[in-house]
Ligand binder design. Structure first.
Ligand code: ADP
Length: 275
């Protein structure tokens, strides 16, 4: 029996900025089904320039799907997603959602970077080449300049001594730090980080989180959206945390408030699992 779904009231903690005059990203009533499974039932969300946002919620609640749509890796079933006021998708006359034309998509995608759970480095290229190929080929950066920038960035992620290594000579944590450097070097307006430490051995999680923490603090103009279960990290780096539950954003607020004073039973139950 299909239960009629009623959109729950979103709980916004005091002092939380949830809308912007000029948002970087805007989801408007975004829904997503996979066949009969309704994963997202109506997401309204704005992200500001430079904002550091963390998405929390149970496994399978749609966090990855939500950010993959920004990368155009998933198509919404309905609703609108905008970056800098421009839609990623076009609605046709018969109500079908189709990608905008290739040139437009390419332009939109260049504003977004993503770091995945699995590092996705090019295995046949050195660390340095992994970091310079896209700036040179996609952005047209001068090769010497790209190399210089890559070396600087690899210093920041503490990988400067490994620039001539190949990915299979690196630990998981080292590969992930290279993947982070590579993504930041493309200078996206928004960087998506999807559970980037969850495939790592526990002893490597800290080094990756430390590097991310530094980048989050230094890259003031780059918005970052984290999907993570590392709540101490989220508390430290986030401007805002949103909690997704049963297809909706149920609660959002500043980290201290969300993590110390959850209002809904669902968020209380979710957080109690981490104690
Ligand atoms: P989370 O990131 O919160 O763990 P996901 O966005 O990965 O959640 O997945 C939400 C739900 O959608 C899960 O039940 C998952 O199995 C399902 N799902 C995700 N991607 C697909 C897909 N390509 N095809 C079918 N089901 C999918």
């Amino acid at each position: 029996v299909q239960k009629k779904d009623i959109k729950p009231e979103m709980i916004v903690h005091e002092g939380t900025i949830t809308s912007f005059d000029n948002p970087l990203v805007k989801y408007i009533n975004v829904k997503k089904n996979f066949g009969k499974l309704q994963v997202l039932k109506g997401i309204d969300l704005e992200v500001g320039y430079g904002e550091k946002l963390t998405i929390i919620g149970s496994s399978g609640s749609g966090k990855t799907t939500l950010i993959r749509m920004l990368m155009t890796l998933e198509k919404p079933s309905s609703g609108t997603i905008e970056i800098e006021g421009e839609s990623l998708w076009t609605m046709t006359k018969n109500g079908k959602i189709v990608p905008a034309d290739e040139a437009h998509l390419r332009k939109m995608r260049s504003k977004v970077g993503m770091v995945f759970q699995q590092y996705n480095l090019f295995p046949h290229m050195t660390v340095l080449d992994n970091c310079t190929i896209a700036p040179i080929k996609v952005k047209g950066v001068d090769p010497e300049e790209a190399k210089e920038q890559a070396i600087q960035m690899l210093k920041r992620v503490k990988m400067a001594d490994k620039i001539n290594y190949y990915p299979n000579q690196l630990s998981g944590g080292q590969k992930q730090r290279v993947a982070i450097a590579r993504a930041v070097l493309m200078r996206p307006k928004i960087l998506l980080l999807d559970e980037v430490t969850s495939a790592l051995d526990p002893e490597m999680v800290g080094e990756v989180l430390n590097v991310l923490n530094e980048i989050a603090q230094e890259e003031k103009d780059m918005a970052m959206i984290f999907v993570t279960h590392e709540l101490d990290f989220a508390r430290e780096i986030s401007d805002r945390i949103i909690f997704i539950n049963e297809g909706y954003i149920l609660e959002q607020g500043k980290p201290e408030s969300i993590l110390n004073d959850p209002k809904s039973e669902r968020l209380q139950a979710f957080l109690s699992r981490f104690k």
